[in-house]
Design a binder for this molecule. Structure first.
Ligand code: 6PG
Length: 471
């Protein structure tokens, strides 16, 4: 019989997604640019091969799928997607759906949808999160595009997605590029989350002078509390693993230069376009860039010297609580920023993105999965028009206590010369937001002085210009 769905691109993510689909009882036709990989994939699929139709050509792939055909693209984001769409376009029939499951820039997704308008082909941009294991056993899926097309593939997505207390972690988050936008913000939050964890690790290592083996159980302990999440869990785990070659903790032999493929940066860029600050994401992206400047950092350390290590020692239970609470505060602020960016995009593009649902489908499967997201979902449900998660009962309640710890931590780190840029960005955001009277009156005075840009007054309506005395 014919396949229910097709998939193009059998890299790790594509292959695992195909196996996941086959395992759930759907027939899937697969094609890869290098034919040997297609055959090798089917041969290695064991009993699942019964549900897999390996195809040598795109034409064969098309013929193997029942109409209307859904075809998943799992190829590197960028040109490869355009090339595959161009190759498929003449082969497919009206009603067929191309599903880009890569980490695309949502602006590319919007362009591709426009380019296909009038062809009868539908395009779906689907964010897939959860790495290799998620793709194989249950990813979180953020779907954007025509709702009717989504409804047609929904049974398959329901079957393959991760589950949180029985609820599948997949949803339609809006038309257009909404799915890829939401995935981009997921990754932006992922960057901020990872960076703040790395900063706390740095404080424990350089400020308290602890070896990796003693830091691991601290994270493991936090994983049993409010910070419980996949990223905290893997942090405890990777900190406790030793290197086969040297017998040292593996983190001590891994070079401190982080890679980045673009989603974090897009997240910061889009937040800037929308005028919604995502300073935690920006600073996390910047921190990765600075991490890549190893030579500069080596020079600068020679030139300015390094503050002594272990200045914050000894570690006490109170300090552990301070670190945990500081991380919690930073995390709340980062998520509040990320959700505010999605709310603004939803408004700007008319997506009606269900933000509570987004939080819910992030509770399992994806990289930032945690119970915390369940609390965010509940808060958003209770207060769908909340201007900021920071003002919801639950999160403002957490922050009452947590922000004082964040403040102490950032202050102690500043004095000890320990970099905590993303935690500091979070604190800066909080302090700026909770102050009703800021300092932009001075900015307005400067603008009016040098450019007659005008200003508003506190005591009268309208726009004013001052008759400034010359310098
Ligand atoms: C996920 C991840 C996944 C991947 C990104 C991150 O949600 O499963 O975010 O998409 O890890 O590639 O990318 P970089 O850290 O390489 O930018």
């Amino acid at each position: 019989s014919k396949a229910d769905i097709g998939l193009i691109g059998l890299g790790v993510m594509g292959a695992n997604l195909a196996l996941n689909i086959a395992e759930k009882g759907f027939r899937i036709a697969v094609w890869n640019r290098t034919g040997s990989r297609t055959r090798g994939f089917a041969e290695a699929a064991g009993p699942l091969a019964a549900n897999i139709i390996p195809c040598d050509t795109l034409e064969a792939l098309k013929d193997a799928i029942a109409r209307p055909r859904p075809v998943i693209l799992m190829v590197p984001a960028g040109d490869a997607v355009d090339q595959q769409v161009a190759a498929l376009r003449p082969l497919l029939d009206p009603g067929d759906i191309i599903i880009d499951a890569g980490n695309a820039n949502f602006r590319d997704t919007r362009r591709r949808m426009n380019e296909l308008a009038g062809t009868g082909l539908d395009f779906i941009g689907m964010g897939v999160s959860g790495g290799e294991d998620g793709a194989r056993h249950g990813p979180s899926l953020m779907v954007g595009g025509p709702e009717a097309s989504y409804r047609r593939i929904e049974p398959i997505l329901n079957a393959i997605a991760a589950r949180y207390e029985g609820e599948p972690c997949q949803a339609w988050v809006g038309p257009d590029g909404a799915g890829h936008f939401v995935k981009t913000i997921h990754n932006g939050i992922e960057y901020a989350d990872m960076q703040m964890i790395a900063e706390i690790y740095g404080v424990l290592r350089d400020g308290f002078g602890l070896p990796a083996g003693e830091i691991a159980p601290i994270f493991a302990g936090w994983n049993r509390g409010r910070l419980n999440s996949y990223l905290i869990e893997i942090t405890a785990h990777v900190l406790s693993v030793t290197d086969d070659r040297t017998g040292q903790p593996i983190v001590d032999v891994i070079l401190d230069r982080a890679g980045q493929k673009g989603t974090g940066r897009w997240s910061a860029i889009e937040s800037a376009h929308l005028g919604i600050p995502a300073t935690t994401v920006e600073s996390a992206v910047a921190a990765r860039s600075i991490s890549a400047m190893k030579a500069l950092r080596q020079e600068a350390e020679k030139r300015f010297g390094l503050p002594p290590s272990g200045q914050l020692a000894p570690l006490s239970p109170e300090k552990v609580t301070m670190l945990e609470q500081a991380l919690l505060a930073g995390k709340i602020i980062a998520y509040a920023q990320g959700f505010a960016v999605m709310a603004a995009a939803s408004k700007e593009f008319g997506w009606n993105t269900p933000l509570g649902t987004v939080a819910r489908i992030w509770r399992a499967g994806c990289i930032i999965r945690s119970q915390f997201l369940g609390e965010i979902a509940d808060a958003l449900d209770a207060l769908p028009e909340a201007e900021s998660l920071l003002l919801t009962d639950v999160f403002s309640g957490y922050l009452d206590n947590a922000h004082t710890h964040l403040r102490r931590l950032v202050a102690e780190c500043a004095l000890a010369g320990l970099p905590v840029p993303t935690l500091a960005a979070a604190l800066g955001h909080f302090d700026q937001v909770r102050r009703a009277t800021g300092t932009a009156n001075l900015i307005q005075a400067q603008r009016d002085f040098f450019g007659a840009h005008g200003f508003e007054r506190m005591d009268a309506e309208g726009s004013f210009h001052n008759n400034w005395p010359p310098l």
